[in-house]
Design a protein around this ligand. Structure first.
Ligand code: ADP
Length: 205
């Protein structure tokens, strides 16, 4: 167990293919908090053919957003678990302004607040190129050409605006997502450190 800074409540936001899943796990591990990816939770439920999986399968496969009520309830349940008491890193949530309001209400009810919002920027062309590659490598059913377009369009329309809200609150760390994974990781830790957000132990190599 690593000792904790006072709290480590982070969001990682970026377009599809920005590398947020990978970077999110690295940051969460360093701070000793769980990385919670709503996309991963939905995919695991679809793969396991659970009730939730059945409910969301066609939505996820079309690249559309799962209804806020369902998604926000799922995130609340996860954040109420003991391992998320010192903090968490949310990847893929909130994804629109309604979910921002839901998360705000939840955190306020617990007298908690976010510490930072990590914004990973990559140009649209690079996003598309990475997703095409991932389609070949991983065969994710929502990485088809048409569904990629839909997910990126939803990102630009629904998700990008949440950054305006968090920017006004002074929470956003803008990180250039181009470069090697290690370069991007180093940028994230440097930006967090500027805010005094430093993991108790140095991040594992
Ligand atoms: P990507 O960022 O590459 O689209 P994710 O793994 O974050 O992949 O999400 C995959 C899919 O899961 C989304 O296209 C959407 O259908 C669903 N999903 C994930 N997070 C949310 C959310 N916060 N709200 C609604 N739907 C979500």
């Amino acid at each position: 167990m690593t000792a904790q800074p006072e709290s480590a409540r982070f969001l990682i936001v970026g377009p599809q293919g920005s590398g947020k899943g990978t970077q999110g796990v690295v940051v969460a591990q360093a701070f000793g908090v769980p990385a919670v990816s709503t996309g991963d939770v939905f995919r695991a439920n679809i793969a396991g053919d659970t009730e939730l999986g059945k409910q969301v399968k066609s939505i996820v496969e079309a690249g559309d957003l799962v209804p806020d009520e369902l998604t926000s309830a799922l995130v609340r349940d996860r954040l109420e678990q003991a391992d998320a008491a010192p903090g968490f890193l949310l990847d893929g949530y909130p994804r629109n302004l309604g979910q921002v309001a839901d998360l705000d209400a939840f955190l306020v009810s617990r007298s908690e607040a976010l510490d930072a919002v990590i914004e990973l920027s990559v140009p649209r062309e690079e996003s598309i190129a990475r997703l095409r590659k991932r389609a070949v490598d991983q065969g994710r059913s929502d990485d088809t050409e048409e569904v990629i377009e839909n997910r990126l369009a939803i990102y630009e329309k629904e998700t990008a605006p949440i950054l305006g809200v968090y920017r006004e609150r002074g929470l956003v760390l803008e990180i250039d997502g181009l470069g090697t994974l290690d370069e991007v990781t180093a940028r994230i830790f440097a930006a967090l450190a500027e805010r005094g957000l430093v993991p108790a132990a140095a991040p594992a190599e």
